[in-house]
Ligand binder design. Structure first.
Ligand code: SF4
Length: 321
Protein backbone atom coordinates (compact mmCIF):
# COMPACT_ATOMS: atom_id res chain seq x y z
CA UNK A 1 0.00 0.00 0.00
CA UNK A 2 1.16 3.57 -0.68
CA UNK A 3 0.29 6.32 1.77
CA UNK A 4 1.03 9.94 1.15
CA UNK A 5 0.18 13.32 2.57
CA UNK A 6 -2.56 14.78 0.39
CA UNK A 7 -0.50 17.95 -0.15
CA UNK A 8 2.02 15.87 -2.18
CA UNK A 9 -0.37 15.73 -5.12
CA UNK A 10 -0.81 19.49 -5.51
CA UNK A 11 2.50 20.71 -4.15
CA UNK A 12 4.02 23.68 -5.93
CA UNK A 13 7.37 25.24 -4.96
CA UNK A 14 7.51 29.03 -4.45
CA UNK A 15 11.00 29.10 -6.05
CA UNK A 16 12.39 32.67 -6.06
CA UNK A 17 9.40 33.93 -4.00
CA UNK A 18 10.17 31.60 -1.12
CA UNK A 19 10.85 33.49 2.14
CA UNK A 20 13.19 30.68 3.21
CA UNK A 21 15.22 28.31 1.13
CA UNK A 22 15.40 24.56 1.31
CA UNK A 23 19.15 24.40 1.11
CA UNK A 24 20.29 26.24 4.22
CA UNK A 25 21.50 24.97 7.53
CA UNK A 26 21.92 21.29 6.82
CA UNK A 27 24.30 19.07 4.90
CA UNK A 28 22.97 18.26 1.45
CA UNK A 29 24.08 14.77 0.61
CA UNK A 30 24.88 14.32 -3.08
CA UNK A 31 24.29 10.77 -4.24
CA UNK A 32 27.04 9.02 -6.24
CA UNK A 33 24.98 8.83 -9.44
CA UNK A 34 24.51 12.63 -9.38
CA UNK A 35 28.23 13.20 -8.74
CA UNK A 36 29.03 11.07 -11.81
CA UNK A 37 26.43 12.97 -13.81
CA UNK A 38 27.86 16.35 -12.74
CA UNK A 39 31.40 15.18 -13.58
CA UNK A 40 30.20 14.26 -17.07
CA UNK A 41 28.50 17.59 -17.87
CA UNK A 42 29.49 19.10 -21.19
CA UNK A 43 29.19 22.71 -19.96
CA UNK A 44 32.69 23.14 -18.58
CA UNK A 45 31.93 26.25 -16.49
CA UNK A 46 28.95 24.69 -14.74
CA UNK A 47 30.76 21.38 -14.31
CA UNK A 48 33.72 23.07 -12.58
CA UNK A 49 31.37 25.26 -10.55
CA UNK A 50 29.52 22.23 -9.19
CA UNK A 51 32.55 20.01 -8.61
CA UNK A 52 34.52 22.77 -6.87
CA UNK A 53 31.65 23.21 -4.40
CA UNK A 54 31.44 19.59 -3.36
CA UNK A 55 33.13 18.36 -0.23
CA UNK A 56 33.74 14.75 0.80
CA UNK A 57 33.22 13.49 4.34
CA UNK A 58 33.40 9.84 5.41
CA UNK A 59 33.26 8.73 1.78
CA UNK A 60 30.13 10.78 0.97
CA UNK A 61 29.77 13.97 -1.05
CA UNK A 62 27.98 17.09 0.19
CA UNK A 63 27.44 20.59 -1.19
CA UNK A 64 29.48 23.23 0.64
CA UNK A 65 27.77 26.03 2.57
CA UNK A 66 28.18 29.78 2.27
CA UNK A 67 28.91 31.63 5.53
CA UNK A 68 25.16 32.18 6.14
CA UNK A 69 24.51 28.44 5.88
CA UNK A 70 23.04 28.49 2.36
CA UNK A 71 24.19 26.08 -0.29
CA UNK A 72 26.95 27.38 -2.59
CA UNK A 73 24.82 26.67 -5.62
CA UNK A 74 22.10 29.08 -4.46
CA UNK A 75 22.12 32.51 -6.09
CA UNK A 76 21.10 35.90 -4.69
CA UNK A 77 17.63 35.67 -6.25
CA UNK A 78 16.91 32.43 -4.37
CA UNK A 79 17.28 30.15 -7.38
CA UNK A 80 19.66 27.23 -7.70
CA UNK A 81 22.38 27.48 -10.41
CA UNK A 82 21.98 23.82 -11.34
CA UNK A 83 18.23 24.12 -11.86
CA UNK A 84 18.63 27.47 -13.64
CA UNK A 85 21.14 26.08 -16.14
CA UNK A 86 19.77 22.57 -16.48
CA UNK A 87 16.39 21.36 -15.16
CA UNK A 88 14.80 19.82 -12.07
CA UNK A 89 15.62 16.19 -12.95
CA UNK A 90 19.30 17.24 -13.08
CA UNK A 91 19.34 18.05 -9.36
CA UNK A 92 20.82 15.54 -6.92
CA UNK A 93 18.34 13.12 -5.33
CA UNK A 94 18.21 15.08 -2.04
CA UNK A 95 17.15 18.32 -3.77
CA UNK A 96 14.75 16.59 -6.15
CA UNK A 97 12.97 14.95 -3.23
CA UNK A 98 12.72 17.92 -0.83
CA UNK A 99 10.37 18.67 0.92
CA UNK A 100 9.13 15.08 0.59
CA UNK A 101 10.08 12.57 3.27
CA UNK A 102 9.78 9.01 2.08
CA UNK A 103 10.24 5.63 3.72
CA UNK A 104 9.18 2.03 3.53
CA UNK A 105 7.58 0.91 6.77
CA UNK A 106 6.58 -2.69 7.34
CA UNK A 107 6.06 -3.25 3.64
CA UNK A 108 4.18 0.01 2.93
CA UNK A 109 5.51 3.13 1.19
CA UNK A 110 4.93 6.37 3.06
CA UNK A 111 5.52 9.92 1.89
CA UNK A 112 5.18 12.93 4.17
CA UNK A 113 6.55 16.46 3.76
CA UNK A 114 8.85 18.64 5.85
CA UNK A 115 7.26 21.64 7.58
CA UNK A 116 10.48 23.63 7.04
CA UNK A 117 9.04 24.40 3.59
CA UNK A 118 6.65 27.39 3.92
CA UNK A 119 4.14 25.74 1.55
CA UNK A 120 3.92 22.71 3.86
CA UNK A 121 3.83 24.93 6.96
CA UNK A 122 0.94 26.95 5.50
CA UNK A 123 -0.96 23.74 4.76
CA UNK A 124 -0.45 22.46 8.33
CA UNK A 125 -1.55 25.79 9.80
CA UNK A 126 -4.61 26.29 7.59
CA UNK A 127 -5.96 22.87 6.63
CA UNK A 128 -6.91 19.57 8.16
CA UNK A 129 -4.17 17.08 7.41
CA UNK A 130 -5.27 14.21 5.21
CA UNK A 131 -3.58 11.11 3.88
CA UNK A 132 -4.23 9.35 0.60
CA UNK A 133 -3.80 5.72 -0.09
CA UNK A 134 -2.67 4.51 -3.50
CA UNK A 135 -3.92 7.70 -5.15
CA UNK A 136 -7.38 7.62 -3.61
CA UNK A 137 -8.64 9.03 -0.38
CA UNK A 138 -8.95 6.29 2.27
CA UNK A 139 -12.12 5.38 4.19
CA UNK A 140 -12.32 8.82 5.69
CA UNK A 141 -10.24 11.91 6.07
CA UNK A 142 -8.11 10.32 8.76
CA UNK A 143 -7.95 6.77 7.49
CA UNK A 144 -4.31 7.16 6.61
CA UNK A 145 -3.15 9.05 9.67
CA UNK A 146 -4.94 6.67 12.05
CA UNK A 147 -3.16 3.87 10.34
CA UNK A 148 0.16 5.67 10.77
CA UNK A 149 -0.48 6.09 14.44
CA UNK A 150 -1.40 2.41 14.76
CA UNK A 151 1.83 1.49 13.00
CA UNK A 152 3.70 3.58 15.50
CA UNK A 153 1.89 1.86 18.33
CA UNK A 154 -0.10 5.01 19.04
CA UNK A 155 -3.76 4.17 18.75
CA UNK A 156 -5.09 7.51 19.76
CA UNK A 157 -4.96 10.55 17.58
CA UNK A 158 -1.56 12.08 18.17
CA UNK A 159 -0.40 13.44 21.49
CA UNK A 160 -2.30 15.30 24.16
CA UNK A 161 -2.46 18.93 23.07
CA UNK A 162 -4.30 22.07 24.06
CA UNK A 163 -2.33 23.08 27.12
CA UNK A 164 -4.17 25.34 29.45
CA UNK A 165 -2.03 28.47 29.41
CA UNK A 166 -1.76 28.57 33.17
CA UNK A 167 1.24 28.49 35.48
CA UNK A 168 2.84 25.36 33.95
CA UNK A 169 2.61 26.82 30.44
CA UNK A 170 4.05 30.11 31.61
CA UNK A 171 6.94 28.32 33.31
CA UNK A 172 7.60 26.39 30.11
CA UNK A 173 7.41 29.58 28.04
CA UNK A 174 10.10 31.28 30.10
CA UNK A 175 12.28 28.19 30.06
CA UNK A 176 11.90 27.81 26.31
CA UNK A 177 12.80 31.46 25.74
CA UNK A 178 15.88 31.06 27.91
CA UNK A 179 16.89 27.66 26.48
CA UNK A 180 16.46 28.78 22.88
CA UNK A 181 18.45 31.98 23.49
CA UNK A 182 21.41 29.78 24.43
CA UNK A 183 21.10 27.70 21.28
CA UNK A 184 20.27 30.40 18.73
CA UNK A 185 23.92 31.22 18.07
CA UNK A 186 24.40 27.72 16.75
CA UNK A 187 21.52 28.15 14.30
CA UNK A 188 23.25 29.74 11.32
CA UNK A 189 20.25 29.62 9.02
CA UNK A 190 17.84 32.20 10.46
CA UNK A 191 19.14 32.91 13.94
CA UNK A 192 16.15 34.92 15.08
CA UNK A 193 12.54 34.99 14.01
CA UNK A 194 11.43 38.64 14.40
CA UNK A 195 9.56 39.10 17.67
CA UNK A 196 9.94 35.47 18.70
CA UNK A 197 11.10 36.06 22.27
CA UNK A 198 10.70 39.84 22.56
CA UNK A 199 7.88 39.45 25.05
CA UNK A 200 10.14 37.61 27.48
CA UNK A 201 12.82 40.28 27.35
CA UNK A 202 10.68 42.92 29.06
CA UNK A 203 12.24 44.12 32.27
CA UNK A 204 9.09 44.48 34.30
CA UNK A 205 6.24 42.15 33.63
CA UNK A 206 3.67 41.52 36.31
CA UNK A 207 1.73 38.25 36.62
CA UNK A 208 -1.52 40.13 36.11
CA UNK A 209 -0.30 41.73 32.89
CA UNK A 210 0.89 38.40 31.50
CA UNK A 211 -2.43 36.77 32.39
CA UNK A 212 -4.27 39.54 30.56
CA UNK A 213 -2.00 39.19 27.52
CA UNK A 214 -2.60 35.43 27.48
CA UNK A 215 -6.38 35.96 27.56
CA UNK A 216 -6.15 38.36 24.66
CA UNK A 217 -3.96 35.92 22.69
CA UNK A 218 -6.41 33.09 23.38
CA UNK A 219 -9.33 35.13 22.15
CA UNK A 220 -7.48 35.96 18.92
CA UNK A 221 -5.71 32.69 18.13
CA UNK A 222 -6.78 30.07 20.68
CA UNK A 223 -9.21 28.11 18.50
CA UNK A 224 -6.98 28.07 15.43
CA UNK A 225 -3.94 27.14 17.54
CA UNK A 226 -5.81 24.20 19.09
CA UNK A 227 -6.90 22.92 15.67
CA UNK A 228 -3.34 23.32 14.44
CA UNK A 229 -1.92 21.43 17.42
CA UNK A 230 -4.24 18.48 16.81
CA UNK A 231 -3.30 18.54 13.15
CA UNK A 232 0.39 18.82 13.82
CA UNK A 233 0.67 16.13 16.48
CA UNK A 234 -0.65 13.45 14.12
CA UNK A 235 1.39 14.72 11.17
CA UNK A 236 4.57 15.11 13.18
CA UNK A 237 4.47 11.72 14.91
CA UNK A 238 4.87 10.22 11.51
CA UNK A 239 7.22 12.72 9.83
CA UNK A 240 9.55 12.65 12.82
CA UNK A 241 9.56 8.88 12.63
CA UNK A 242 10.57 9.12 8.96
CA UNK A 243 13.39 11.50 9.85
CA UNK A 244 14.67 9.65 12.91
CA UNK A 245 13.43 6.08 13.08
CA UNK A 246 16.14 5.25 15.62
CA UNK A 247 14.70 7.66 18.20
CA UNK A 248 12.91 6.29 21.27
CA UNK A 249 9.19 7.00 21.68
CA UNK A 250 9.98 9.18 24.66
CA UNK A 251 12.45 11.32 22.68
CA UNK A 252 9.96 11.62 19.81
CA UNK A 253 7.08 12.67 22.04
CA UNK A 254 9.22 15.26 23.83
CA UNK A 255 10.32 16.58 20.46
CA UNK A 256 6.81 16.95 19.10
CA UNK A 257 5.38 18.41 22.26
CA UNK A 258 8.35 20.78 22.45
CA UNK A 259 7.84 21.95 18.86
CA UNK A 260 4.13 22.52 19.49
CA UNK A 261 4.83 24.52 22.65
CA UNK A 262 7.60 26.51 20.99
CA UNK A 263 5.28 27.43 18.11
CA UNK A 264 2.62 28.52 20.64
CA UNK A 265 5.09 30.53 22.73
CA UNK A 266 6.58 32.33 19.73
CA UNK A 267 3.14 33.17 18.33
CA UNK A 268 2.15 34.48 21.76
CA UNK A 269 5.28 36.62 21.94
CA UNK A 270 4.83 38.00 18.41
CA UNK A 271 1.13 38.72 18.95
CA UNK A 272 1.60 40.32 22.38
CA UNK A 273 4.62 42.40 21.37
CA UNK A 274 3.10 43.75 18.17
CA UNK A 275 -0.66 44.34 17.97
CA UNK A 276 -0.33 44.57 14.18
CA UNK A 277 1.08 41.06 13.93
CA UNK A 278 -0.92 39.02 11.48
CA UNK A 279 -1.94 35.44 12.24
CA UNK A 280 -0.98 34.66 8.66
CA UNK A 281 2.62 34.86 9.82
CA UNK A 282 2.04 31.87 12.08
CA UNK A 283 2.91 29.51 9.25
CA UNK A 284 6.28 31.23 8.89
CA UNK A 285 6.78 30.74 12.62
CA UNK A 286 6.10 27.06 12.10
CA UNK A 287 8.62 26.79 9.25
CA UNK A 288 11.19 28.53 11.47
CA UNK A 289 10.43 26.25 14.45
CA UNK A 290 10.78 23.17 12.30
CA UNK A 291 14.10 24.37 10.88
CA UNK A 292 15.45 25.31 14.29
CA UNK A 293 14.35 22.01 15.82
CA UNK A 294 15.11 19.57 13.01
CA UNK A 295 17.91 20.91 10.84
CA UNK A 296 21.48 19.97 11.66
CA UNK A 297 22.09 16.83 13.67
CA UNK A 298 24.08 18.45 16.49
CA UNK A 299 21.70 21.35 17.07
CA UNK A 300 18.59 19.20 16.78
CA UNK A 301 20.01 16.84 19.39
CA UNK A 302 20.58 19.75 21.77
CA UNK A 303 17.08 21.06 21.09
CA UNK A 304 15.64 17.63 21.87
CA UNK A 305 17.60 17.47 25.13
CA UNK A 306 16.33 20.94 26.03
CA UNK A 307 12.72 19.84 25.40
CA UNK A 308 13.18 16.71 27.50
CA UNK A 309 14.70 18.66 30.37
CA UNK A 310 11.98 21.30 30.34
CA UNK A 311 9.09 18.88 30.00
CA UNK A 312 10.17 16.49 32.75
CA UNK A 313 10.39 19.50 35.04
CA UNK A 314 6.67 20.11 34.51
CA UNK A 315 4.60 18.22 36.98
CA UNK A 316 2.19 15.71 35.50
CA UNK A 317 3.36 15.89 31.88
CA UNK A 318 5.05 12.48 31.79
CA UNK A 319 1.83 10.81 33.02
CA UNK A 320 -0.21 12.51 30.30
CA UNK A 321 1.79 11.06 27.39
S1 SF4 B 1 11.40 25.67 0.92
FE1 SF4 B 1 9.64 24.85 -0.28
S2 SF4 B 1 8.78 26.63 -1.39
FE2 SF4 B 1 10.84 27.22 -0.63
S3 SF4 B 1 12.25 26.81 -2.34
FE3 SF4 B 1 12.23 24.95 -1.05
S4 SF4 B 1 10.60 23.58 -1.86
FE4 SF4 B 1 10.31 25.66 -2.76
Amino acid sequence: MNYYLDLCAGFSCLAGDCPYTCCAGWNILVDDASVRRFAGLEQEGLREDILSHLTKKNGKYYFMHQSDGKCWMLEEDGLCRIQRNLDEPSLCATCRKYPRLAARIRGDHWISMAASCPVVAEYLWQQKVGWRTSGERGDGPDAGSSSVLRQLGREKEGLPVGWERGRAWQEIAWKLAEGCAQLLLEFREHPYFPGSFDYFEQEELSEGRMAEDIRSYERALGAQMLAFQQNYSGYRLFSRYLEKPEETEWERYCQIQGEILLMDVICFSCYSSDPGWSRKEASLVLAWVYRFCAHGSRLSQKVNQMFQKILVSVEGWAEKT
